[in-house]
Design a protein around this ligand. Sequence first.
Ligand code: ATP
Ligand code: MG
Length: 370
Amino acid sequence: MTEQPIIRFENVTKQYDDDPPILDNVSFEMEKGKFYTLLGPSGCGKTTILRLISGLIEATSGKIYFKDKLINHVPANKRQVNTVFQDYALFPHLNVYENVAFGLRIRKMKNDEIDKKVREALRFVNLVGFENREIKEMSGGQRQRVAIARAIVNEPEVLLLDEPLSALDLKLRTEMQYELRELQQRLGITFVFVTHDQEEALAMSDEIFVINEGKIQQKGTPRDIYDEPINRFVANFIGESNIIKGKMIRDFLVEFDGKQFECVDQGFSPNEPVEVVIRPEDLEITTPDRGKLNVKVDTVLFRGVHYELCSYDENGNEWIIHSTKKAEIGAEIGLYFEPEAIHVMRFGETEEEFDARLESYDSYGDKDAD
Ligand SMILES: Nc1ncnc2c1ncn2[C@@H]1O[C@H](COP(=O)(O)OP(=O)(O)OP(=O)(O)O)[C@@H](O)[C@H]1O
Ligand SMILES: [Mg+2]
């Protein structure tokens, strides 16, 4: 038995005037206590989804539920949701304590109760001792924590975070990723986190919704989305990919680059045109006589943990390789990859069709069980 979702969107569309919709028939469910990330390029509709959840805007059509209660017309201040904005929107003339206390004072809570809650919220974000500091005396990361304390002091059931880390430098950002994730687990509330940074999404989330042009392209765990992208957009957006056009000859046999390769995919029509993804780290460098594909090295970059090689096959297709082995520019090398490294995508497949296809694999029985 699964618990009822805390937030549910049912065919939600948001449209301004006669412009094309900004969100187009979006449906999803979010469970209590999980960390969700909305990931997608600028303008895809991430903030719009947060604003619909928080009640700052209303849907043009469709239904939004909070624990089975329809909330389309419930005003923002009546929803158990708080938002941490990208610029934190702190009050510069108030100190840390008063910034966090602000919402409680508005609610006319008693002073001793306010004090208890503010101190607890500050303890949660590791800011004990900073109560009397002015906001302008705080670093970017500390301001970010004040903003979070101010949001969690209201004990929301859902915390919305709109690119809260984008103003921080890389090191602080990584630290805050750990802190946020840990905070979410301690609080046990639902986080909806927005980013356009795929590594951040992979590192932090229980579930990622990949969004493009107002549509959810794919929902899933970081692993699912990385290993089984359902289309070219997702494959490209999540991690680096080699994507090449091909043809599914029959179950477990795919053709690309003029050759046929054993693979683990099934359920396509015979000779169906497909797109094939191979991750750069799944390509092994070998000698040309042992390669499944042979390529010529064009550029080599050292990336710290691995080399990134850009190479081309005889048909002019580009192959990016991540390897701890180095190769010389201009060298002919062989590329070896396992059948499992080949991931076949159906053209224009929707998420529902993809899920149905994956499920049908189970009914193939145990023929490839080991
Ligand atoms: N009030 C409005 N009127 C008309 N168009 C709007 C309005 N608000 C947002 N939009 C448009 O809706 C689209 C989605 O905006 P949204 O803010 O959700 O994007 P986003 O994914 O958060 O992008 P970013 O990563 O840049 O913050 C954009 O094309 C934006 O211009
Ligand atoms: Mg935005």
